[in-house]
Structures are given as structure tokens and as C-alpha cells.
Design a protein around this ligand. Structure first.
Ligand SMILES: Cc1cc2nc3c(=O)[nH]c(=O)nc-3n(C[C@H](O)[C@H](O)[C@H](O)COP(=O)(O)OP(=O)(O)OC[C@H]3O[C@@H](n4cnc5c(N)ncnc54)[C@H](O)[C@@H]3O)c2cc1C
Length: 295
């Protein structure tokens, strides 16, 4: 039996495995290799790895983990979970079964691509979700696709990167006071619904709206709905909360979930998504799991 079974071996899960391996704890990591930022050519705002392809960062982490004999990295999709502290069991979709004293859930979230022509193809390249990740490299003409009332706060932040911001309301109504405030800030506003994203060879020329309007843009910020990438937290009955765009598992001190012996980390547990915060949370979850096993 493992001390800890980690479900999801990306930034959060591998960080947890590193910390546990260095504590000589037996840990297995189940992973399907679909890190959320795999659509982007490079990861940014990651200390010591700025501009490095996300897959390269993870591959280096996996190579470094090979030095730890108590760590096993296993390809496989966890599909069911049962048990209690000191006796959890996870089975994979191929029927393999793994037992562990503690669990760390770090299987991340999946972004739901809207059926807009060109949107999914441009995701992570010129349709982006986070200015800190890819804003520095984006050209000056920024679009923002309205998704929730939170979208109305984004132009103030984006002002640190560019003064050329176009808000596409995508058919949503906003209060006049908000519209006036944004227009005073110089934000251009289109009410129409997004019809298509035009990207060629990694460069965006703009977007089209259903009313035929063409808007010239270098990048479109968008925050599509997302959902957890697996349902083990539901099987375990963990407490969850809603975020502006999806669902997250509620965690407390050292990433402990509402169920004893189960920890969670990474995008699954916060509305603030980044490689650095996922790695930090993975490390904290490892600490929580380890401390919970001390006699
Ligand atoms: C397009 C894009 C670009 C981004 N760029 C940046 C950036 O430049 N800088 C930055 O800091 N952040 C960036 N982010 C955010 C960053 O990708 C996430 O915050 C980070 O990947 C979260 O790490 P995680 O380990 O929590 O989850 P993920 O990276 O999503 O990893 C989850 C892992 O769990 C695995 N998994 C899922 N289900 C199962 C299962 N049932 N069994 C086993 N394994 C499973 C998946 O295959 C995956 O490997 C970007 C996000 C997007 C969408």
C-alpha cells in the first residue's frame, strides 16, 4: 500500500510527489498527461522557466522524480474511489487498483470550448484567459469577451498592458452606469454576439460578430465555463463551491478537504489559476498528508 496516491500528475500533483518522495514516503501518481496549459506554446510567469513550453517543464519534473525510489509515476485515468483514511482504493478505467493511506486530488479542470468557429483552434494562442500568462507577448489590440459581471472589472487591470480594449458583450446586457464607466475609460463596446475568431499561423486578425461587424484584434480574452476533469470529489462527497466559471473543491489548512485523509490541490481548488499557485498548493497538500500520518 502507498502512503499517498496522487490523482493528476501535472504542476500540483508532481509538486506533491516531489515533496513526499523527498520525505521517503511511498507515493504513486496517476496521470493522463493532459495538463491544462498544453495548448500554449510556452508558459510564463513561472520563476526560472519563463517562456519554456509547459510540456518541457513537466518532463523535467518527471525526470527529476525518477531519482526518488519511493515515487511511482503511472499513466492511467482514475475512475472510482472508495474507502477511508489508511485504506483508500482507487481503480482506473482499465481496471487496475491502487491502495493508499491518503489521497491527493490534483486532476485540474477542463475548459469548455464554445462552438464558435476558430475559438478552440486559437485557445492558448490568441484566445487567452490570463494577461499575466500571455499578455506581455500579445499585440496591442485586445478584445474581451463578456462572460460574467466580473468581466466588467477586467479592463481596469488590462490597462497596465494596453489602452486599446474592446469589450464584446456577446448579447449580454450591462447596466448603463457600467457602460458609461467603461466608455469613460476609453473601452470600445460591441453588444453583438461573437460569431467567429480569425486566426492564421498563430496570429489573430480579429473576430466577427453575428450582425456582420468585424473587429480587428491581436488577442481575445475569454473565460469559458469549466468543470473538474474527474468526479472523484463527487464520489467522496467532498464539499464544493462555485467559482465565476465553474466548481471548485473546498480546502482548508494545508489543502485538507472536507473529508479526513483526502487533500486536494491546484486549479481544482481555487478560482485563481497559475502554475506557481498549483505547485505551491501541491506542496502544501503533501505537507498536510504527511503530517496527518505522523504518529
Ligand atoms: C491555455 C492556457 C495557458 C496557460 N498559461 C499559463 C502560463 O503561461 N502561466 C501560468 O502560470 N499558468 C498558465 N495557465 C494556467 C495553468 O495551466 C494551470 O493553473 C495549471 O496547469 C494547473 O495545474 P494543475 O496541476 O492544478 O492542473 P492541470 O495542469 O490541469 O493538470 C491536471 C492533470 O490531471 C490529469 N488528470 C485529469 N483527470 C485525471 C484522472 N481521472 N486520472 C488521472 N489523471 C487525471 C490531467 O491529465 C493533467 O495532467 C494556463 C492555462 C491555460 C488554459
Amino acid at each position: 500500500m502507498d502512503d499517498v496516491l496522487v490523482v493528476g500528475g501535472s504542476f500540483a500533483g508532481l509538486s506533491a510527489a516531489l515533496q513526499l518522495g523527498r520525505a521517503r514516503r511511498k507515493v504513486s501518481v496517476l496521470d493522463t498527461g493532459l495538463n491544462r496549459n498544453r495548448y500554449a506554446d510556452s508558459a510564463h510567469n513561472v520563476l526560472g522557466h519563463d517562456g519554456v513550453p509547459p510540456g518541457d517543464i513537466l518532463a523535467a519534473a518527471r525526470r527529476q522524480l525518477e531519482a526518488y525510489p519511493t515515487v511511482r509515476l503511472i499513466e492511467g485515468r482514475a475512475s472510482t474511489v472508495s474507502g477511508q483514511p489508511d485504506d483508500f482504493t482507487i481503480t482506473t478505467e482499465t481496471g487496475d487498483s491502487f491502495a493508499a493511506r491518503r489521497l491527493i486530488l490534483s486532476y485540474g479542470i477542463t475548459d469548455e470550448m464554445p462552438p464558435i468557429p476558430g475559438f478552440a483552434e486559437a485557445w492558448g494562442k490568441t484566445v487567452i484567459h490570463c494577461p499575466f500568462c500571455h499578455g506581455y507577448e500579445a499585440g496591442p489590440r485586445w478584445g474581451l469577451l463578456y462572460s460574467t459581471p466580473m468581466s466588467l472589472h477586467a479592463p481596469a487591470l488590462y490597462g497596465d498592458w494596453t489602452e486599446d480594449i474592446t469589450l464584446i458583450l456577446d448579447g449580454n446586457a450591462i447596466p448603463d452606469a457600467e457602460r458609461n464607466k467603461l466608455q469613460r475609460r476609453g473601452v470600445k463596446i460591441h453588444d453583438g454576439k461573437l460569431a467567429a475568431v480569425h486566426q492564421d499561423n498563430g496570429h489573430m486578425s480579429g473576430v466577427s460578430l453575428e450582425d456582420g461587424t468585424k473587429v480587428e484584434l491581436d488577442a481575445l480574452y475569454a473565460h469559458p465555463r469549466n468543470h473538474p476533469s474527474a468526479d472523484l470529489h463527487e464520489q467522496l462527497g467532498l464539499e464544493t463551491d462555485t467559482t465565476p466559471t465553474g466548481t471548485m473543491v473546498v480546502v482548508g489548512e494545508r489543502q485538507a478537504t472536507s473529508r479526513e485523509g483526502v487533500f486536494a490541490a491546484g486549479d481544482l481548488t481555487t478560482p485563481m489559476h497559475s502554475v506557481t499557485s498549483a505547485a505551491y498548493a501541491g506542496s502544501m497538500a503533501a505537507m498536510g498528508a504527511q503530517q496527518s500520518m505522523l504518529l
